[in-house]
Design a protein around this ligand. Structure first.
Ligand code: CMP
Length: 153
């Protein structure tokens, strides 16, 4: 069977495998890949640090990373993203995200990614859905009286 991913540059083909990018045209994928940087992190390395200013979106291509926030550890794997909170709110990082094993990630700078979201509302809506789920998970724990211990503000 013909696979048109074969015609995409490697970076764009990597993004094609990310579920929330699957609706993008080859041109959009290529544009994303051009503004993205592929980065590798060894196990144990902080990928973003709490309170750090600036940043962008990280999409995990392989490996896994952990986020400790709201008194719980969340594990994120291939196809999942983080860094959207600082990007969308224009605030410092809300948590430290650490590579749990060697991680290959694509990073998208805020100054390029925000205009991309405006032009691709379906991607923005998908990101909003994930943010709502993350908030909801913490809210449910608060409402059920489970500890949400944190030294965060
Ligand atoms: P940001 O604040 O930019 O940097 C830390 C990231 O951790 C944050 O964006 C989110 O992407 C991620 N994060 C924060 N809270 C949660 C959560 N409850 N579940 C999963 N990821 C989270």
């Amino acid at each position: 069977m013909a696979n048109w991913d074969e015609d995409l540059p490697t970076e764009a083909a990597a993004l094609r495998s990310v579920p929330f990018f699957e609706g993008l045209t080859p041109e959009d994928l290529d544009r994303m890949a051009r503004i993205g940087h592929r980065r590798s992190f060894p196990a144990g390395a902080p990928m973003v640090s709490k309170d750090e200013i600036g940043g962008g979106l990280f999409i995990i291509l392989s490996g896994s990373a952990t986020v400790q926030t709201g008194g719980k550890t969340h594990t994120l794997g291939p196809g999942q993203f983080f860094g959207e909170m600082a990007l969308l709110a224009g605030k410092p990082r809300s948590a430290t995200v650490t590579a749990a094993e060697p991680v290959e990630a694509m990073t998208l700078e805020t100054m390029y990614f925000k205009p991309f979201l405006v032009k691709n509302p379906s991607v923005a809506v998908t990101i909003l859905g994930v943010v709502a789920e993350r908030l909801r998970e913490v809210q449910d724990r608060i409402d059920s009286g489970q500890p949400v211990t944190s030294n965060e503000t």
